[in-house]
Design a protein around this ligand. Structure first.
Ligand SMILES: [Zn+2]
Length: 174
């Protein structure tokens, strides 16, 4: 269902959740174009996803759960948003440093956030962020600055989805 077909008739540039502009393709036959576009706008581009995943991979070499959380300062704040693609995006703010993480579940994201924060504060200096194919804007050593957070990306949540994702027909009658 919902697989677009036919020719590509337009290629507008659309901003994604990470702030990157990416080509969104309009097909002649595309019943769910609006839904696809909504999802497109709510998710990050592959480069930014890869970047976050890589950051998390590096962060995974950092302190264990207990230590990581204990190392966070008083007043540390975590917020979490569930994305249209079923992943979770978390933001941790502590001591003026803001970091982000994505993951399949909130627990993993929480830990990744704590580790990312420690990493941002220089805990992971031993790992010089292996060859990450990052765009210029992101070409910073993992251990220096916090991941910049675009407010718009986080604010995408409250808006109700334009239409519920075509419910599978086996949806339980209540
Ligand atoms: Zn991006």
């Amino acid at each position: 269902m919902g697989v677009p077909s036919g020719e590509i008739i337009a290629r507008p540039m659309v901003a994604r959740a990470c702030g990157c502009l990416q080509e969104f393709q309009h097909y002649t036959v595309d019943k769910y174009r609006e839904q696809r576009k909504a999802k497109f706008q709510k998710t990050r581009c592959p480069v930014c996803v890869a970047k976050l995943v890589e950051e998390q991979r590096i962060a995974a070499t950092l302190p264990k759960k207990g230590e990581a959380f204990k190392s966070l300062p008083t007043g540390a704040q975590i917020s979490m948003v569930r994305r249209a693609d079923n992943t979770w995006t978390g933001t941790l703010i502590a001591d003026g440093t803001t970091v982000e993480a994505v993951g399949e579940g909130p627990q993993g994201v929480t830990l990744a956030l704590a580790r990312n924060w420690l990493l941002a504060r220089g805990a992971g200096k031993a790992t010089p962020a292996a060859a990450t194919p990052a765009p210029a804007a992101a070409a910073k050593p993992a251990a220096t600055a916090a991941t910049p957070v675009k407010p718009t990306a986080v604010a995408a949540a409250p808006k109700p989805a334009p239409a519920p994702k075509a419910a599978p027909s086996k949806a339980k009658p209540v």
